[in-house]
Design a binder for this molecule. Structure first.
Ligand SMILES: Nc1ncnc2c1ncn2[C@@H]1O[C@H](COP(=O)(O)OP(=O)(O)OP(=O)(O)O)[C@@H](O)[C@H]1O
Length: 279
């Protein structure tokens, strides 16, 4: 289905939700931009997520932590329907983006992924120039006006402009790993998404590049909702506002303010995980 065929599109859904946004922000409570209700995911016989109920607040950083195989990436990939590409995956329950079920029949996954961008563990720039990487998403949306300005703004917001402004024609593949990852972030935000999903975005980077990405994530949360999967508990504690702890078996055990999770979790299992007793 093309974007123009999708009725209603994700864009109209977002516009319809403005009154909800205003109503909730007036109470001082962040609106949930993503909400899962009773979400179950299986890959064939493997139960990857069990009855996940989670509300991800607007314009904050939410970290998802937990031991290997507990379903963190699966949850992230459900949000923008990347799991559609996995034949064995079956999904039950509800996953709402601005109040609309992203698995609803009327939703176009390509349009959805423009509103919910994704950055992966290993930087994956296209084998094109720095400029063309950032311009890519805009061109496929037929946005051609003010292209130079849009590319510059995305690179600035991704804290990369000063390092690349004199070499925009250079191949993206010639950048360092950390620069490539910031370029991938610039590519994702050039189309002005609402949500950025990040799957261990710094785990392949050295400490200096990691620190730049962490600073950037905190800045991005002023404009976007960021959901980050990380194995690095210090990183989750440093940069996130909310933390969800998934444990083995695909269970969401606790979700709360990050400070509460790390200083005074309700669950003994979460405390054992945080303090390194397992996982
Ligand atoms: N494409 C797939 N096909 C079959 N099983 C899968 C697939 N992807 C994930 N799984 C299984 O689903 C479960 C959850 O995997 P997932 O990758 O979501 O966990 P994770 O918490 O992100 O792990 P890690 O921290 O190691 O990346 C695991 O048992 C995994 O083996």
């Amino acid at each position: 289905m093309s974007d123009t065929d999708a009725t209603p599109t994700i864009s109209t859904t977002v516009e319809e939700s403005t009154s909800e946004r205003e109503a909730q922000s007036s109470t001082g409570t962040a609106r949930a931009v993503i909400e899962s209700r009773n979400l179950d995911v299986r890959y064939g016989d493997v139960e990857a997520l069990q009855s996940i109920d989670l509300r991800i607040p607007d314009q904050h950083v939410t970290a998802i932590i937990g031991p290997s195989g507990c379903g963190k990436s699966t949850f992230l990939r459900c949000i923008n329907r990347m799991n559609d590409l996995v034949e064995a995956a079956t999904i039950d329950g509800e996953l709402l983006f601005n109040g609309t079920d992203v698995y609803g029949e009327e939703i176009d996954p390509v349009a959805l992924r423009r509103r919910i961008g994704m950055v992966f563990q290993h930087p994956n720039p296209f084998p094109k120039s720095i400029y063309d990487n950032v311009a890519y998403g805009l061109r496929i949306q037929d946005i051609t006006d003010d292209m130079d300005e849009r590319v510059e703004q995305a690179l600035r917001r991704a804290a990369l402009w000063d390092e690349v402004k004199d070499q925009l024609d250079k191949s993206a593949l010639d950048l360092s790993g950390g620069q490539q990852q910031r370029l991938c972030i610039a590519r994702a935000i050039a189309v002005d998404p609402d949500v950025l999903l990040m799957d261990e975005p710094a785990s392949a980077l050295d400490p200096i590049a990691t620190s730049k990405i962490e600073d950037l994530i905190e800045e991005l949360a002023e404009e976007y909702t960021v959901v980050i999967v990380t194995h690095n508990m210090q990183q989750a504690a440093r940069i996130s506002d909310k933390t969800a702890v998934f444990l083995t078996g695909g269970e969401l055990v606790e979700f709360d303010d990050t400070q509460k999770i790390f200083e005074d979790p309700e669950s003994d299992r979460v405390e054992d995980y945080i303090t390194g007793k397992f996982g």
